[in-house]
Design a binder for this molecule. Structure first.
Ligand SMILES: CC(C)(COP(=O)(O)OP(=O)(O)OC[C@H]1O[C@@H](n2cnc3c(N)ncnc32)[C@H](O)[C@@H]1OP(=O)(O)O)[C@@H](O)C(=O)NCCC(=O)NCCS
Length: 172
């Protein structure tokens, strides 16, 4: 377990290799993301990233989260249908991960709160899809007031599917 202070701060370009290494570690321990980590840097810096944050401890990147522009994600589509919200005012919380050694000390919570504060400042309503298997993440979102809005199936690989749940962030 990491006992040094964990700092949560905005992502900078120099963080990319460290964030990619952390993602590979999380894929080994948790199978996240399900589509694999063939090109971890491209997955982290994917198109549509509006803002991202990292958690750093002792000079090592130990966590990451991003807010993406909504672009057809199941939760974004569902929320637009349910609420009538203009998709331009919907953001997607994504790419959340914390390496095992830095868990259970509120690193994940602080990353999510950074994304939520950003969204509030820009009048963006955040939504997300989470795989049903990612129970720790689901507990965390619900503890932070996120509400389940539906279920979906995530498609990946050649023709694989995995069940997922859609959430919307609390207002205020
Ligand atoms: C989900 C994930 C990001 C959570 O990261 P984390 O840094 O452990 O998150 P937190 O520390 O904020 O909360 C996790 C738990 O630690 C507990 N905790 C927080 N601070 C604590 C402390 N000081 N002492 C003891 N427990 C603490 C929380 O209450 C929570 O408890 P729970 O598991 O019983 O619900 C991490 O497990 C992960 O990367 N999982 C794999 C990837 C994944 O599923 N991503 C989600 C994609 S949608």
């Amino acid at each position: 377990m990491i006992l040094e202070t964990v700092t949560v701060r905005p992502f900078a370009a120099k963080d990319l290799p460290g964030a990619a290494a952390a993602l590979v570690e999380v894929h080994d321990t948790d199978g996240y993301p399900v589509e694999g980590v063939e090109d971890p840097e491209a997955w982290i810096e994917s198109e549509g990233v509006l803002a991202a944050w990292v958690a750093e401890s002792g000079g090592k990147i130990v966590g990451h989260v991003a807010v993406l522009k909504a672009s057809g994600e199941a939760a974004a589509v569902l929320w637009a249908e349910l609420s009538g919200t203009d998709p331009a005012h919907v953001g997607v919380l994504a790419r959340l991960f914390v390496v095992q050694a830095a868990r259970k000390q509120a690193t994940g919570r602080r990353l999510i709160e950074a994304a939520m504060a950003y969204a509030r400042g820009r009048q963006l309503r955040l939504v997300l899809d989470v795989m049903t298997k990612d129970a720790a993440a689901i507990r965390l979102y619900e503890r932070l007031g996120w509400q389940k809005i539906g279920e979906t199936v995530h498609h990946f690989g050649a023709a694989e599917t995995i069940p997922a749940v859609c959430y919307v962030a609390p207002t205020g």
